[in-house]
Design a protein. Structure first.
Length: 202
């Protein structure tokens, strides 16, 4: 009896979920391309590995007294929000690494395959989580949009709770694009209010 009730609840909610989400997105769509997808801020889909030796230099020299790896973490959005509203914080993490060994410098970059990245890019092919950039300002019309966005957030959380879509737990759905920490011989990518995401540095 209970399983039949749950199955009915899933079907009913599924029938209204995506049409309502689409309607809310149409009310909040911005015409144009976000600046985070243009010029120097444009994301890259290329992962590369390069090596620099003394023969490659036109001036200066490779430092001989620095040995180790320098890591930088930052946003690199692969999917644009359906409303065309985007914030720099919305980009999924890409880590850049420089390795110094006294004789050469090696560079590589890797897009972090976080649970959120894999779910949106490989399973759905579109963003399914709310974006920071979708939060409007303080003008009157923006206040209306803010109410609609609050409804969208509630809709996503309800779908997550009911299980209509396999949303990730709140502590695991982050972009992990904020910082890096090395602790107990392990390296983690971080985002506030989310669990650390372990990365391997070869």
């Amino acid at each position: 009896m209970w399983s039949a009730f749950l199955a009915l609840k899933y079907r009913v909610f599924s029938a209204i979920y995506e049409p309502l989400e689409d309607l809310l997105d149409r009310f909040n769509t911005w015409e144009g391309t976000p600046w985070q997808f243009k010029g120097n801020f444009r994301p890259t889909d290329k992962e590369t590995h390069q090596q620099i030796t003394a023969i490659d230099l036109t001036f200066g020299q490779i430092p001989h007294d620095i040995k180790g790896v320098y890591l930088r973490n930052g946003p690199n959005a692969q999917l644009q929000s359906r409303t065309n509203r985007q914030h720099l914080f919305d980009g999924d993490a890409m880590v850049h690494a420089l390795r110094f060994d006294g004789k050469k410098i090696e560079y590589c970059n890797r897009q972090l395959r976080t649970p959120k990245f894999v779910q949106e890019n490989e399973e759905y092919g579109r963003p399914i989580y709310f974006k920071v950039g979708e939060l409007p300002g303080i003008r009157i019309w923006d206040s209306v949009k803010r109410s609609l966005n609050a409804l969208k957030i509630s809709l996503i959380h309800t779908a997550q709770f009911i299980g209509v879509k396999p949303y990730l737990p709140l502590e695991k759905d982050g972009t992990m694009n904020t910082a890096l920490v090395h602790h107990n011989k392990k390296t983690f990518a971080l985002l506030e209010c989310k669990l650390p995401f372990g990365i391997k540095v070869n």
